[in-house]
Design a binder for this molecule. Structure first.
Ligand code: AMP
Length: 385
């Protein structure tokens, strides 16, 4: 369905594919503005289901259920990229879906994603397609004996990845992947990792949040900082320019996040694109007038952009299962005693190490001070003073 003519005013119902924490924070933003939200693909007790009007727990491959769902919503968006493209195509026969399937397709497949970026002149890490142990071995040699093998699909937070060096047993690594095709990337000697969350609207205009500096632990995002003194004005401009080129190339209406490696000379290389709000943008809820979720709402409903300028520096610290295993009322009491700390929990009852259960956003004038405070408070929550 062509979509540019639509404006969905408060009172309309938005369909959200996926019921995780990104769907939850979107639903909270949408309901605050008077929209209904129905989620598809997860049950009512999922993080997003808990705060939505209705949950459709059917599979993304149940096209009859999708057609029924389409009758109950005015416009559809999504909170994760592993939704089959056929799901979006079926929905599109009945209801607008933003962003459309082009970027979704690319972001599901690392080779397609990197080839698309290469085609529009956006720099990435050097990469090769690999179809056998022999090609893996040749690729590792070509990349100077240090490379990362990644599955082309379903990889996130470091899953489906292996570091391969000259001494590695390429036969064994290739066998353990159990795939016919993978991507091999040269290891980037980066000075830092950063990301930018950007939005594009029905009239073609774009908005950009300030770039965010990201620290990962075990390949999972741990801490995000914005604004960061480590990100130069030049890098901010480059990040915006790259995000705009991607938004325009894929004709996106909605929100996306571009993750970058910054090389020691300051150049940005794109690591990944997410066709949705992103963990590194969670701090926008407390740091900006319009959050990344409100921007998603505004974009998919055909509304004007919000104000994405930084109102206060902020640091976001993820709360994973391992951070909350020993949580106690006393520790929470201490967290809530800090007015500059904003608590976000996703309503997940099962605590597993590595599972994203919530985050803390600390706001204040000095990012070094608020980062220290956030880390200290998180240690206290873990039971380690
Ligand atoms: P990904 O799942 O591709 O986002 O990778 C997760 C994390 O692994 C990244 O945030 C980096 O810290 C690291 N990583 C991935 N690819 C590379 C690379 N080509 N060079 C260096 N580090 C990488």
């Amino acid at each position: 369905m062509s979509s540019k003519k639509y404006v969905f005013a408060p009172g309309a119902t938005i369909g959200m594919l996926g019921g995780g924490q990104l769907g939850r924070m979107f639903a909270i933003a949408a309901r605050q503005c008077g929209y209904g939200v129905q989620i598809f693909g997860d049950p009512q007790d999922s993080p997003a289901g808990q705060v939505s009007d209705r949950a459709w727990p059917s599979s993304f491959t149940d096209h009859d259920a999708l057609r029924q769902f389409a009758k109950h919503v005015d416009v559809v968006t999504y909170e994760q990229e592993n939704i089959p493209v056929a799901t979006v195509e079926t929905l599109l026969q009945h209801v607008p879906v933003f962003p459309g399937p082009e970027l979704l397709k690319a972001s599901q497949h690392r080779l397609l994603e990197k080839n698309s970026l290469r085609k529009i002149g956006i720099p990435t890490a050097d990469f090769l397609k690999v179809n056998s142990a022999e090609e893996l071995k040749q690729g590792v040699t070509a990349f100077g004996g240090d490379a990362i093998l990644k599955t082309v699909t379903l990889g996130y937070d470091g899953k489906g990845q292996a570091r391969v060096c000259g001494e590695s047993d390429c036969e064994a690594v290739w066998k353990s992947f159990n795939v016919s095709e993978a991507i091999l990337e040269k290891v980037v000697d980066f000075s830092c990792e950063l990301s930018i969350v950007a939005s594009r609207f029905a009239d073609g205009s774009c908005s950009f949040f300030a770039p965010v500096l990201n620290h990962h632990e075990n390949h999972i995002l741990d801490v995000s900082i914005s604004p960061s003194p480590l990100i130069s004005d030049r890098q901010t401009q480059d990040a915006q320019q790259i995000a705009r080129a991607i938004l325009e190339h894929f004709d996106v209406i909605g929100v996306l996040c571009v993750e970058f490696f910054a090389t020691p000379s300051g150049t940005l290389l794109v690591n990944e694109i997410a066709p949705r709000p992103h963990n590194s943008g969670h701090l926008t809820i407390n740091a900006c007038r319009s959050s990344q979720f409100e921007q998603q709402l505004r974009a998919v409903c055909g509304l004007a952009t919000g104000d994405v300028s930084v109102q206060t520096p902020a640091v976001m610290l993820n709360l994973l299962g391992n951070h909350l295993q020993n949580q106690s009322p006393e520790a929470w009491q201490r967290v809530f005693a800090h007015p500059e700390i904003h608590v976000h929990l996703y309503g997940k009852s099962e605590i597993r190490p590595g599972r994203k259960l919530g985050h803390l956003t600390v706001t204040g004038d000095d990012v070094a001070v608020i980062e220290r405070l956030g880390r200290q408070v998180r240690r206290e929550l873990m039971g380690a003073m």
